[in-house]
Design a protein. Structure first.
Length: 85
């Protein structure tokens, strides 16, 4: 089963429609303006998935199939670890 899809949009668009990566239902996507990945919830099945703005549009991913830097919670954990004194 497909774990992600990419929707192409203009830079001025703030939301778009795509299919949920779990149930395939149409959902409105609201990506972050700063290209950070965010969670979105499907209105049809209620599952949470990742929406990430990319160079040519928006990528929609299942949480369990996403790389760490595309998962908002994992990304925060990875980026907060640095030089500790």
């Amino acid at each position: 089963m497909k774990t992600y899809s990419t929707t192409y949009l203009n830079a001025s668009e703030t939301e778009s429609m795509d299919r949920c990566p779990y149930c395939g239902g149409f959902v409105t996507l609201e990506p972050a303006v700063d290209y950070a990945p965010v969670y979105n919830r499907c209105d049809v099945c209620g599952k949470r998935f990742i929406v990430e703005r990319v160079r040519n549009g928006i990528t929609v991913m299942r949480i369990e199939g996403a790389p760490c830097m595309s998962d908002p919670e994992c990304r925060i954990t990875e980026m907060s670890q640095g030089d500790e004194e």
